[in-house]
Ligand binder design. Structure first.
Ligand code: DMJ
Length: 469
């Protein structure tokens, strides 16, 4: 049994606990991938129509935020209220949504979000924040929007934020504590996990590139290497580790929440910075994951849970968060596994017309029934369509779109689901719905020129960061 270690307190309160969670050696970078034209099944006009429809849904969600939650972290789409993660707003939704607006050409909305950020956003707050969540949403969002607009105020905010987060890394191992106070630098949370330790390199590294100061990249890379060095003899990581002693607290290994984006960033730090250490760490890690964690079951091709030291299977759970893996595999050049796993993910989606946060793939029974508007399955469809040109991923995209509109849309935005079986809604619209879910859905149908995958790498919150020239 797994547990969710990345806290998103509002969602947790509203929809209960979350689950969290070869043959790949011939890795190809996106530039080497063949790009095939889509068969006539979806004409350019139909794709443009779908992209436009997604844009309208984005505007509906943004309008709800503007009317009922302006200036706050998140919209509560049922009660028409707002929610701030730490009691004061850190501009979660506007920062997360800004580059989506820029990509969609929504200039008026983007300008108003930028003005809001410029006027109201301050990190000089006496609050203890989660380093991982703040980095992927705010640091990543500010950096990508800076790269797209050249607005120096966004870069200044990013640098100020990163300087306030740096004390989190002051542990005996160099692996960061989970929480850091933005004003005092006080830290807490010595039991952490690979995702929270290893999902910082893209954002801190980009800041080093933008400011010319090495400290950010070096600090984040040191943390990843410290974690990687503690992998088991068979090359896997566990799900909880003490950052002071370097000892594993939980040896269960999987690709879901708590570990997921550690692997994602090994691959993406290689692609974004051309760093050979990350290439080596990714190649050895993905080989171990494919060897031990993957499982061909009667219900399909899945990735479950195993003991990091022995590889012995400890569980057969898979969920919405794990659905990022087909995208990562596709990005690394392993289209075969990516396609097979995305087919399983789509089966999971179609069980109830929206995917659950977790099911047991041995009997296809739902183990965590919520759907907090997650993007991962759509993100994977986006990569698979870009790299294969197969229209099945556009058809999947249409299904995702229809389900979101049918089950999650409310008068004032989009709501998470408490239970995909009953479709009962929850009063939360996480900021990643605007940063990721609708962005990937839009980009799936939009012309490829909108976003050149040879030039950018998405951080785990779908903020596109420019590659090193
Ligand atoms: C996002 O905040 C990020 O993608 C993170 O890596 C985990 N998943 C959530 C959305 O589901």
């Amino acid at each position: 049994m797994r547990f969710f270690v990345l806290s998103a307190s509002l969602l947790l309160a509203l929809i209960g606990p979350f689950p969290r969670g070869t043959k790949n050696a011939q890795t190809k970078t996106p530039a080497q991938m063949p790009s095939k034209a889509a068969p006539a099944e979806f004409s350019s006009a139909e794709k443009a129509e779908m992209a436009n429809a997604v844009k309208k849904q984005f505007l509906h969600a943004w309008d709800g935020y503007r009317r009922y939650a302006w200036g706050h972290d998140q919209l509560k789409p049922l009660s028409r209220g707002s929610y701030d993660w730490y009691g004061v707003s850190l501009g979660m939704t506007p920062v997360d949504a800004l580059d989506t607006m820029l990509l969609m050409g929504l200039k008026k909305q983007a300008d108003s979000a930028r003005e809001l950020i410029d006027r109201n956003l301050s990190f000089d707050r006496d609050i203890s924040v989660e380093n991982f969540e703040i980095t992927i949403r705010l640091l990543g969002g500010l950096e990508s929007s800076y790269e797209m607009t050249g607005d120096k105020r966004l870069l200044a905010l990013a640098e100020d934020l990163a300087n306030r987060l740096l004390p989190a890394f002051h542990s005996p191992t160099g692996m960061p504590y989970r929480f850091v106070n933005l004003k005092t630098g006080a830290v807490r949370g010595k039991v952490s996990n690979p995702a929270e330790i290893g999902t910082l390199t893209l954002e801190f590294g980009t800041l080093s590139k933008l400011t010319g100061k090495r400290i950010y990249f070096d600090t984040a890379k040191r943390a990843v290497v410290a974690l990687y060095k503690r992998r088991s003899p068979i090359g896997l990581v566990g799900s909880q580790i003490n950052v002071e002693t370097g000892q594993w607290v939980n040896p269960e290994s999987f690709i879901g929440g708590g570990i997921d984006s550690y692997y994602e960033y090994l691959l993406k730090a290689w692609l974004l910075f051309g760093d050979k250490d990350f290439e080596r760490m990714w190649n050895s890690s993905v080989a171990a994951v494919n060897r031990y964690v993957a499982q061909q079951a009667p219900t399909g091709f899945w990735y479950g849970e195993v003991n990091m030291n022995t590889g012995a299977r400890t569980g057969t759970e898979f969920g919405a968060l794990e659905a990022f893996w087909p995208g990562a595999l596709a990005l690394s050049g392993d289209l075969d596994r990516a396609k097979r796993l995305e087919d399983s993910c789509f089966k999971m989606w179609n069980l109830y017309g929206v995917e659950p946060d977790e099911l047991n793939y041995s009997d296809m029974k739902v183990t965590y029934p919520s759907y907090p508007l997650r993007p991962e399955i759509i993100e994977s469809a986006f990569y698979l369509y870009r790299f294969s040109g197969d229209p099945r991923y556009l058809r999947m995209g249409r299904t995702f779109y229809d389900s979101l509109v049918k089950y999650c849309r409310t008068d004032s935005g989009f709501a998470s689901l408490k239970d995909v079986r009953t479709k009962q809604k929850a009063d939360a619209m996480p900021s990643y719905f605007l940063a990721e879910t609708l962005k990937y859905l839009y980009l799936l149908f939009a012309p490829p020129e909108k976003l050149d995958l040879n030039r950018v790498v998405f951080n785990t919150e779908a903020h596109p960061l420019r590659k090193s020239p």
